[in-house]
Design a protein around this ligand. Structure first.
Ligand code: MEV
Length: 337
């Protein structure tokens, strides 16, 4: 998969799991961790209730974290906040949790640490920023204290952090941000997905903050109030993921697109849509997109658009920006065979 960002031409960061030391033995040990963004193609929200989902790692939208042991203080340096970890704003609670949980897990409870985070990802836009930041931090902090985590340990720590961001994360984001292939996810387990590809996508940011925690809570409240209607929609979202899986393996782009449109409508009926997302999806469809849907928690954030080919994706991205998208990215999903 290759992503081009309309507003950011930075080269993706390198990935190092092992701690690095400078040229001299007295130079500090720096642990490094990386992760990427994600876009959910099918199954957001339904996945929380055990239905399957499909997500795509956005490999060129990267997060890189560096961690360095300190005697006492725990400090965070990032574009969103710089200062004591104990005083992070609420919206960075998962970032602080990722550091604290990893320090405990590697037996460094009594130590300090300095964590530096750089991210290509917009925060609170449904493209996996919180999970990717946590994933990069978990890897970096463990490495700084001489530990290389296995995938299960790393996933467990990312999920602890994710619970601070929203209470009942399915694990889909945590799995996808550390994957380099499309993910089929259900009931906590992730599997690689067969894609005949290529498929060209656009991601368009509405500029409206997505609110995953509230969106997940709203679906739960609606399900409590009207279980039959909500279950019917969640079942259909799960079925769309299954049908989407078959269409990806063919690939049948039109069949994927038509299901993306249906998923967008169902998510709106579940109360997680937003007029800005409907507007962007409408612009994309008028421009000949094969399908368009909100991606991630919703109530803001991004739409994922399926274009006919890479040139069409570039054209749509341009159109969407001209007509109000805060940013766009294009991505090519290559075949896995
Ligand atoms: C958020 O990216 C995806 C949701 O399905 C929540 C989750 O899977 O935990 C809305």
């Amino acid at each position: 998969m290759r992503i081009t960002a309309s507003d950011d031409s930075r080269t993706p960061g390198e990935s190092f799991a092992a701690p690095q030391r400078g040229a001299h033995d007295s130079d500090p040990v720096i642990g490094v961790g990386t992760a990427s963004g994600k876009a959910i193609l099918f199954g957001e929200h339904a996945v929380v209730y055990g239905h399957p989902a499909i997500a795509l790692p956005l490999r060129d939208l990267r997060v890189r974290a560096e961690a360095e042991p300190l005697p006492e203080r725990r400090l965070l340096h990032s574009a969103l906040y710089t200062g004591d970890l104990g005083r992070v704003p609420d919206r960075l609670a998962s970032t602080a949790r990722a550091v604290e949980a990893t320090m405990s897990a590697v037996g460094a409870d009594g130590s300090g640490v300095r964590v530096h985070v750089e991210s290509d990802l917009p925060a609170e836009r449904g493209v996996g920023s919180s999970a990717a930041v946590s994933a990069a931090i978990v890897q970096a902090v463990a490495a700084a204290f001489g530990h290389e985590l296995d995938p299960t340990e790393r996933h467990h720590l990312i999920q602890i952090a994710e619970r601070a961001a929203h209470t009942s994360p399915s694990g889909l984001d945590a799995r996808t941000v550390v994957s380099d292939r499309p993910v089929w996810f259900q009931d906590g387990s992730a599997h690689d997905l067969e894609v005949a590809g290529p498929l060209s996508f656009v991601i368009a940011d509405s500029g409206v903050r997505g609110r995953t925690r509230e969106a997940v809570a709203a679906v739960r409240a609606l399900r409590d109030a009207d279980p039959i209607a909500v279950e019917r929609r969640l079942d259909r979202l799960g079925a769309l993921a299954r049908e989407g899986r078959a269409a990806l393996a063919s690939p049948k782009p039109e069949e994927i697109g038509v299901r993306m449109d249906e998923a967008h409508a169902l998510l709106g009926e579940l109360g997680v849509g937003d007029p800005a997302l409907d507007r962007l999806a409408g612009i994309a469809r008028t421009g000949g997109a094969l399908g368009a849907k909100l991606t991630g928690g919703g109530r803001g954030g991004c739409v994922l658009v399926l274009a006919r080919d890479p040139d069409h994706a570039t054209e749509l991205a341009h159109d969407l920006r001209e007509r109000g998208a805060a940013a766009t990215w294009t991505t090519e999903l290559r075949g896995t065979r």
